[in-house]
Design a protein around this ligand. Structure first.
Ligand SMILES: Cc1cc2nc3c(=O)[nH]c(=O)nc-3n(C[C@H](O)[C@H](O)[C@H](O)COP(=O)(O)OP(=O)(O)OC[C@H]3O[C@@H](n4cnc5c(N)ncnc54)[C@H](O)[C@@H]3O)c2cc1C
Length: 588
């Protein structure tokens, strides 16, 4: 999406960067195209506003570094501005910084007309979505077009069902789209090639241990036993391309995480969507599920809204909730865990507002583990965006230090452990140190080029010729950092990290060009959600099955306990998505 936006911007810039006013409308607002800038979650947001006859004729969203979920919020705001002919509009909830930055950019562009905001005459918007019917019939209705929803849709369609997927945002994908897409799979083809021994049992124990044994062992076993099959399904049936290397996520006993093309969830969502559509699955975007309809003790429909129009989606066999977690719902976060307040930024898509949990609770569903909310330890300290350049750490080739130049945690520890340790350091931030050889080995400057360049430009990542120069950029104690590196290198010689017992192979840092990246923890995953059984059926407060209601993905709870290990979510959403899809399709 970022690439598309920058191509779009270049094209627009080539035509004209400067306002070219021709005439003035009755309102006194000069016709023309005006450039403006604002500051969003990912830094600068550029726009081009075209005014014609006193009306907003077009807004081109230009160069920006907002991640897809947040870019989607800008698309929504753009449409509302054009539809209403107003600029000072409400922000999209969950995307505060991106919304404010976008509105600021359009206001900046508009200010160049010389007119006041009050000169804009508001247009009345019709609430009716003319193309949509009042109701639709399907065998299976799925709420949410992320990884779980699309996996469920494909499997349900393959089992002969007529499937409809509802997606409230403008585009499909949810958190899955902006994820790294990495998937923990024991016994996978790359492990075999590299001679790494692993087993279903080891994976099972890792998930339980990672979640402090607060997980439901029965659900964990489903994941451990089906991960390989799910990865093969993605590769062979859905046509997902996987890279030929793995990552070593914190808390796992061995390296087992497969990486999709370009280390990005875009590969998963693109291929899942193509497959779903080839099977006749109908996906309705901009369509928000609002309420579950129960008749004779069975969930039979979803009431949804498209552009203000209420539409019934009738589900003959069942409804699958695949609406993701609630990392972008501040109120819900605080209600369940007061520590997860507005001071902590978030990596999540704006659509992650827990709607599925709320709708199911309204009809008596049981929730579990809602207080367990995970932060990701190495995110952008200014925007909360998960920093993929930091994947150098997951290749075992980086150390984390504090402002005093000292290591403070095992770099491949669980996310919650590293996050907590980071918040206890000066300024609540960490500094990731690695050398040029590590950068080359991880290849993140290329695979995450836009992010890399943005971080360098904003001074959050520095490349320097010496440790001293890099440390001085952030005011880190350079002498102490050099000692830390020397000590670490000596551990690499013996293969034993005497300070933090870092797992995996230890590789010494070389002299010469090096990098330091500043980062901080941000909200990442909500472990709690709807209680399901191993057939992906939603349970009520007395542990009875709610007829006709299934759930899969981050909307569910009790699978990851207190803490999800990195790359376990993709395995979870694909496996339970497929189980829910098959069971809903074949239900009577
Ligand atoms: C930046 C980032 C990186 C990550 N990287 C990894 C990784 O590499 N490996 C890993 O295992 N996990 C990773 N995760 C976690 C993982 O991506 C998510 O847990 C997982 O993708 C959730 O999938 P899902 O299908 O349950 O939800 P989502 O993918 O979030 O999809 C839910 C969809 O439902 C829609 N929706 C919500 N409410 C409604 C409604 N009322 N009506 C209609 N639609 C609705 C949403 O808009 C969204 O599109 C990452 C997460 C983030 C944020």
């Amino acid at each position: 999406m970022k690439k598309f936006l920058s191509i779009l911007l270049s094209a627009v810039m080539a035509v004209s960067m400067v306002a070219c006013s021709s005439s003035t409308s009755e309102t006194g607002i000069k016709d023309g195209t005006y450039a403006g800038e604002g500051s969003g979650k990912g830094g600068k947001i550029a726009v081009e506003l075209t005014m014609k006859d006193g009306q907003i004729a077009d807004i081109v969203i230009g160069e920006n570094n907002e991640t897809p979920g947040f870019a989607d919020a800008m698309t929504q705001l753009r449409q509302t501005m054009i539809d209403t002919n107003q600029i000072d509009i409400d922000i999209v909830s969950g995307a505060t910084l991106s919304s404010k930055g976008f509105i600021e950019a359009v206001k900046d562009a508009y200010s160049k007309t010389g007119a006041e905001l009050t000169d804009l005459v508001a247009k009345k918007v019709s609430n009716n979505s003319s193309e949509m019917a009042d109701s639709y019939d399907a065998d299976v209705v799925i709420v949410g077009a992320g990884g779980a929803g699309l996996s469920a849709a494909i499997t349900a369609a393959e089992n002969g069902a007529k499937v409809i997927v509802l997606e409230k945002m403008n585009n499909v994908g949810g958190n899955t789209l902006i994820s790294g897409g990495e998937m923990a799979v024991p016994g996978n083809w790359l492990q075999k090639k590299e001679g790494i021994e692993d087993s279903v049992e080891t994976f099972y124990n890792d998930i339980l241990k990672g979640g402090d044994n607060e997980n439901d062992p029965e659900l964990v076993r489903v994941i451990a036993e089906n991960a390989l099959n799910a990865a093969e399904w993605l590769k062979d049936d859905v046509n997902v391309t996987f890279e030929d290397y793995m990552l070593f996520f914190g808390g796992h006993s061995v390296k087992r995480s497969l990486v999709p093309l370009n280390a990005s969830g875009v590969e998963l969502i693109e291929k899942l969507t193509v497959k779903a559509e080839s099977l006749g699955v109908e996906i309705y975007t901009n369509t928000q599920a609002k309420k579950l309809v129960v008749e004779n003790d069975k969930v039979v429909a979803v009431k949804a809204e498209n552009n203000g129009k209420e539409i019934d989606f009738n589900a003959k066999n069942g409804v699958i909730l695949a609406s993701g977690g609630f990392g972008s719902n501040l109120e819900m976060r605080i209600a369940n865990n007061p520590e997860m307040d507005e001071k902590i930024l978030s990596t999540n898509s704006v659509g992650s507002t827990g709607d599925g949990i709320t709708m199911a609770e309204e009809i008596g569903a049981q929730t579990v583990d809602m207080q367990y909310i995970q932060t990701y330890p190495t995110c952008d300290p200014e925007t909360g965006t998960l920093l993929y350049v930091g994947d150098v750490r997951l290749e075992g080739r980086a150390i984390l230090v504090n402002l005093e130049g000292k290591r403070f945690v095992e770099e491949l520890e669980r996310r919650d452990v590293i996050s907590l340790a980071t918040t206890e350091q000066t300024g609540g931030v960490s500094y990731m140190y690695f050398d040029e050889a590590s950068m080359q080995a991880a290849g993140v400057a290329e695979s995450h080029k836009t992010e890399y360049e943005n971080l360098i430009e904003r001074g959050i990542l520095v490349k320097a010729n010496s440790v001293k120069e890099a440390a001085e950029h952030f005011g880190i104690d350079a002498e102490e950092l050099q000692k830390t590196i020397d000590r670490y290198n000596s551990y690499c010689e013996t293969g034993k990290d005497l300070e933090f017992n870092k797992r995996g192979k230890l590789i010494a840092f070389e002299e010469g060009p090096c990098y330091i990246m500043k980062s901080a923890p941000a909200i990442h995953h909500t472990m709690g959600g709807l209680k399901i059984n191993k057939e992906a059926q939603v349970l009520d407060k007395d542990n009875n099955v709610i007829n006709g209601l299934y759930a899969a993905g981050e909307v569910t709870g009790d699978i990851h306990g207190t803490n999800r290990l990195g790359s376990d979510a993709i395995a979870d959403i694909v496996i339970f998505g497929r189980i829910a899809g098959e069971n809903a399709a074949t239900a009577k």
